[in-house]
Unconditional design. Structure first.
Length: 326
């Protein structure tokens, strides 16, 4: 079966101050129908840029400089604005960190749901209103009929993000790009929203690209995970095997940052140093200045991807037979 979404060799550059920087370098991954792919990494790793590219929303000075993006076997990175608008909201929906990015402050919640549905689906206003109320009930909004008349500012942050989920699901998309969907919310509400997203996806068979800096969110919600570092995927594989047996030193570092009931705050491991920025790239393996296992060649040669079990890893030390042992 072919993938629902296939990103192949994606390259995104940023042209600024008469120089060209590489933000995303040779990123390839697939998402199957109904699958939740977590994309994790530190801020600036290129997670959001990758999601933005899939949505066709890259803006100057960033642009796609290479690679292909296929959705249902059709190239979508070459679509014009009309083609993209027909796709977005209908087949690929987005959920961002701040609910107010997705909601129009001057429109009622019912008005936004009805408008989105009527843009993409052959529904009468009454049909769309009925469906809107059903969706609000499904996302856990009390008195949904009355809430259709409310404006976004009349709701709490958690309730607003529930409305954003209703909006994302209202046209039954095949794929949702969710970029830090719970990061702006109170900790007590984060788990509820994540749970709701996961349940709605499972029931409908909706696939998700779940962008997050939080390994805990990945562990909780994703089937597979792609770990990004400095614009590249350094490890990708099934979540369970990554958690049990991370192959890349950076992934292991992220794992150690998951809070553990049995450890105290002070003992949490942080990876020392910081990730190189696009305007100051690092030679060889971009992680080498922070890697405790780095060898001389790591500073010079960029590691190629190797298969490790059902994962793909970019590290000289990874692989069935470590090349350093040869
Ligand atoms: Fe560390 Fe070298 Fe592997 Fe990079 S390639 S993660 S520097 S061991
Ligand atoms: Mg981001």
């Amino acid at each position: 079966m072919s993938a629902l979404l296939a990103v192949e060799g994606l390259r995104v550059e940023i042209a600024a101050r008469k120089r060209v920087f590489t933000a995303i370098d040779d990123v390839s991954f697939e998402i199957a129908a109904g699958e939740i792919l977590g994309v994790v990494g530190e801020s600036g790793a290129g997670k959001s840029v990758t999601g933005t590219a899939v949505l066709g929303l890259l803006e100057k000075p960033a642009y796609q400089a290479g690679g292909r993006i296929l959705f249902k076997d059709r190239r979508i990175d070459t679509l014009d604005e009309d083609g993209l608008r027909a796709l977005r909201g209908r087949e690929i929906a987005a959920v961002f960190q701040d609910p107010l990015t997705s909601l129009d402050p001057l429109m009622t919640i019912g008005g936004q749901l009805v408008e989105t549905m009527q843009t993409h689906l052959p529904l009468s206003r009454d049909e769309a209103l009925t469906r809107a109320a059903q969706l609000l009930a499904e996302v856990g909004i009390p008195a949904p009929r009355e809430r259709l008349q409310s404006y976004p500012h009349e709701l709490s942050g958690g309730m607003r993000q529930r409305v954003v989920l209703a909006l994302a699901f209202c046209c039954e998309p095949a794929l949702i790009i969710a970029d830090e969907p719970t990061t702006a919310l109170d900790v007590s509400i984060q788990a509820q929203i994540l749970d709701l997203l996961r349940t709605m996806c499972r029931e409908r068979g909706t696939a998700v690209m779940l962008v997050t800096h939080d390994m805990g969110v990945i562990a909780e919600a994703s089937d597979r995970v792609a770990v990004m570092y400095a614009g590249r995927i350094v490890e990708i594989g099934p979540t369970a095997s990554l958690i049990a047996n991370a192959a890349h030193p950076y992934t292991r570092g992220l794992m150690a940052s998951i809070p553990d009931m049995h450890r105290r705050e002070a003992e949490l491991t942080q990876i020392p140093g910081s990730m190189p920025r696009p305007d100051a790239p690092v030679s060889g393996c971009a992680f080498h200045p922070r890697c405790t296992l780095a060898e001389p060649r790591c500073a010079v040669e960029r590691p190629a991807d190797v298969a490790v079990g059902s994962s793909r890893v970019a590290c000289w030390l990874a692989g069935p037979v470590s090349r350093s042992a040869a």
